[in-house]
Design a protein around this ligand. Structure first.
Ligand code: ATP
Length: 211
């Protein structure tokens, strides 16, 4: 079946990696089918939402059978472009940046950090997790058209300037781990992850909205 990706709502698209990872594990453990309630328990999304999400892929669960795992994985791979390796760069090889370089993203999806940048001369020229670290000044010569996504783990005050440089070189998506709010053109997508805000918000919800 042909998949029209423009018809998939953003909220559904955001849940895809979650479904994908769980289904891959199921397949690896030899399971060929899964019910929406089983999925719901595992990924913590209610089963009505799962059924609605899956209907966008033409995957209709059968009563008493559930969903075919291989069928779903085939569609998810296509949708998530799992077959095409996405090359990512990282700027700021501090504690957080170093952890990302050591983390093997390719294990669970087809993304790879191919190079990193920093201003600290003791870090420049090193490799961490087989990723080479270049000086920030080298961004224009190193970042080619094949780089669409960047991870920012620099101090907040440096973030906007670096984002501007990367966008001028064609970067279209930034995963921003700094507390800085970035101003970017409309065609650039920023996903902002402020770990301390996330943690604070989790604690707030635990205290004020106990499950
Ligand atoms: P983290 O916040 O990741 O725990 P940290 O506390 O080790 O890091 P930070 O001061 O946040 O250190 O800096 C993160 C990294 O960003 C450091 O390696 C630092 O050298 C680098 N850095 C600082 N300024 C810039 C800049 N303008 N461009 C690129 N990298 C920078």
């Amino acid at each position: 079946m042909e998949l029209d990706q423009t018809k998939i709502p953003q909220a559904t698209a955001k849940r895809l990696p979650l479904y994908y990872r769980f289904l891959e594990n199921l397949q690896a453990s030899g399971k060929h089918r899964v019910s929406s309630s089983e999925l719901s328990d595992a990924v913590k999304v209610d089963s009505a939402t799962i059924r609605r999400d899956f209907s966008y892929f033409g995957a209709l669960g059968k009563k008493g059978y559930g969903y075919n795992v291989n069928y779903l994985l085939t569609f998810f791979r296509k949708t998530l472009d799992q077959d095409e390796l996405a090359k990512v760069i990282l700027v700021g090889v501090g504690n957080l940046g170093t952890a990302f370089l050591n983390y093997n993203f390719t294990k669970s999806n087809n993304t790879k950090i191919v190079m990193a940048f920093d201003v600290d001369e003791t870090k420049v020229g090193q490799n961490i997790g087989s990723v080479p670290i270049y000086h920030l000044n080298e961004i224009p010569e190193q970042v080619g058209e094949d780089i669409e996504v960047a991870i920012l783990t620099v101090p907040a005050h440096a973030a906007q300037n670096i984002a501007d440089q990367l966008i001028a070189l064609g970067v279209k998506g930034i995963l921003n781990f700094t507390p800085a709010r970035l101003s970017v053109p409309e065609d650039v997508r920023i996903h902002h992850i402020d770990l301390s805000v996330e943690l604070q918000s989790l604690i707030y919800f635990l205290r004020h909205y106990p499950i």
